[in-house]
Design a binder for this molecule. Structure first.
Ligand code: UDP
Length: 318
């Protein structure tokens, strides 16, 4: 297939590009580098099956030649208010990437009779009142809350995707991505793994927000990419959660990082991020298991070990 990936210079987009190229596809990458980095795709520069367009997907997009599939991964995604690349500081771009960007990609998919896969998120569940979260749970999102620019853009993107499927018969899929980590995460984006692993490798105390009792379920990027590729090849149109169901508190996560890196500086508790920091998050992956025969394989210690070399290199410690 000839596959367009928006957000190709991002953490997930670049791993997806690698995987689809190694599966024998041609990949057209698109990114405006607002949060993605040219470093993430530099190794593809000489790959004759990879081409790249620097574009903002919230404007009209055009790609010469036939396109067989479009994966829409372009969006800021970090919820950290301190981070320049987080969606708090890019609120309008975030809403445009989710709304206008999705519309442009769906229009192209319709014109090209191409498959469309939307990168959605566990954030559409908001601060969930149902635990773990199955795809049938409609979520708990405040439309004017502090995370709304991301959550509501992705919720709109899902609705628009289903509208194009139902009304225009576009072959669409929706993946709801839960917390994912691995090499090529932006060290400065303020999310849990980049912050904590960076601190640990520098021998600093790990900043746990609040009491650290809030939970997350962290998925290693290779597992996530496997699930997404299976969904791409499927005929499933309703949303599918892809994530690792092993739930842990943020404090346990920080302790695991300190143990693996042999960091002796311990943990420092700082103010909770906001009242809207979801307190619990864990995917119910029954649908992914039944429909895609997918489940994650890489445990947290192994995933952190695989991530360390990239962080050391970025920090000049390798
Ligand atoms: N967190 C933390 N210390 C940090 C960064 C994040 O305790 O230095 C917490 C944060 O409050 C949240 C969890 O880790 O409860 C996951 O945050 P992340 O930014 O990775 O993404 P989220 O899951 O909130 O979208």
């Amino acid at each position: 297939m000839r596959i367009l990936i928006t957000g190709a210079a991002g953490f997930l987009g670049s791993h997806l590009s690698d995987r689809l190229l190694s599966d024998g596809h041609e990949v057209i990458g698109m990114d405006n580098f607002v949060t993605g980095s040219p470093d993430n795709i530099a190794h593809l520069a000489d790959n004759e099956n990879f081409s790249f367009y620097k574009r903002d997907v919230s404007n009209y997009i055009f790609v010469p030649g036939k396109v067989d599939a479009i994966l829409h991964f372009a969006s800021p995604a970090s919820p950290n208010p301190q981070s320049k690349s987080g969606y708090f500081n890019l609120p309008i771009q975030t809403m445009k990437a989710g709304a206008l960007g999705t519309h442009n990609c769906l229009g192209l998919a319709r014109a090209q009779n191409a498959k469309f896969l939307l990168a959605s998120t566990s954030e559409i569940y908001g601060d969930p009142e149902v635990h773990p979260q199955p795809e049938t749970y409609a979520g708990n999102v405040d439309p004017v809350g502090t995370r709304a620019v991301y959550d509501e853009a992705k919720r709109f993107a899902e609705s628009l995707t289903m509208a194009y499927h139902r009304f225009h018969n576009v072959n669409t899929s929706i993946v709801r991505i839960f917390n994912t980590y691995g090499p090529r995460m932006d060290l400065e984006d303020g999310r849990a793994l980049p912050n904590l692993l960076k601190q640990a490798l520098l021998g600093e105390p790990l900043t746990v927000y609040g009491d650290g009792a809030q939970t997350r379920s962290f998925c290693y990027v290779d597992d996530l990419v496997n699930g997404i590729v299976k969904l791409l090849y499927s005929e499933e149109h309703y949303p599918v959660n892809i994530g690792n169901p092993t739930e842990m508190s943020v404090l346990q996560f920080a302790q695991a990082i300190n143990k693996i890196t042999e960091n002796k500086a311990g943990i420092t508790y700082v103010d909770a991020r906001s009242a809207r920091d979801p307190q619990r998050r864990r995917p119910d992956i029954t649908r992914a298991h039944d429909i895609l025969q997918w489940e994650p394989k890489i445990e947290i210690e192994e995933g952190i070990r695989r991530t360390i070399p990239f962080f050391k290199q970025k920090l000049g410690l390798a």
